[in-house]
Design a protein around this ligand. Structure first.
Ligand code: FES
Length: 227
């Protein structure tokens, strides 16, 4: 899978200026006004954000002499002694379930994500981001500034449920989703970690009828949106 550095065609040890320059060049090339697609445009933008974000987060004493790109790589690498279940970041393409109703789209629709990419949706509703090793999908969404729904964060409700369209996840604790729902692609985002390099998910599916009895009072998400 392409890493954020591959997407921008820069070396992982590139300095900040080189990364910025590569971003400017690449984003121009893939801009829909210049013959690119909305999907490519999102991909390049999220790659740049991932590199920038990783650099800022990983700064420590041992990182002081590293370039932003090297810090980003360090942040994404498994620590010593940890189980490197997935050593690479996973690129996630996400879509808000609420949009399906509004637009008359169906979850089983072929090319749903392509349709969404061309749908002129807000970034909150459709886009891409990278999940780092050891990070749950919900944690990654929050790191990127999104308020995805949750309640317990402990595998005891379905408020954080998502539907996986492509790729696979492993959930550390799940006391709620029955086997048949797992087979249909339902997973918990609060402690579910991708085990594939790429993932397509529909989040915010808690209004689906099959989840109705598995929900806890959904406070944080609604509060975040009501505030
Ligand atoms: S928030 Fe309850 S299981 Fe994820």
């Amino acid at each position: 899978m392409e890493s954020p550095f591959d997407v921008l065609s820069v070396e992982p040890d590139a300095d900040e200026e080189a990364i910025k320059e590569a971003y400017r060049e690449t984003i121009k090339e893939v801009h829909p006004d210049h013959g690119g697609s909305a999907r490519e445009f999102q991909l390049v933008r999220s790659a740049y954000e991932e590199i920038k974000d990783g650099g800022a987060e990983a700064v420590g004493e041992e990182d002081e002499d590293r370039s932003p790109a090297e810090r980003a790589e360090a942040a994404a690498s498994p620590r010593e002694g940890e189980d490197p279940r997935r050593e690479q970041r996973c690129r996630v393409e996400y879509l808000n379930y609420e949009v399906l109703d509004d637009r008359g789209w169906d979850l089983d629709e072929a090319d749903l994500m392509e349709t969404a990419a061309d749908g002129g949706l807000d970034r909150e509703d459709y886009g891409q981001f990278w999940v780092r090793p050891r990070e749950s999908l919900l944690e990654a969404a929050e790191r990127h500034g999104f308020a995805w729904p949750f309640a317990c964060r402990g595998g005891a409700c379905a408020n954080c449920a998502i539907v996986v369209l492509e790729g696979d996840m492993r959930t550390r604790v799940d006391h709620v989703l029955p086997e048949e729902m797992l087979d249909e692609g339902f997973q918990l985002s609060c402690n579910g970690m991708p085990v594939t390099d790429e993932l397509q998910v529909v989040y915010n599916v808690k209004s689906m009828p099959e989840l109705e009895d598995l929900l806890l009072p959904p406070r944080p998400f609604e509060q975040a949106h009501d505030d």
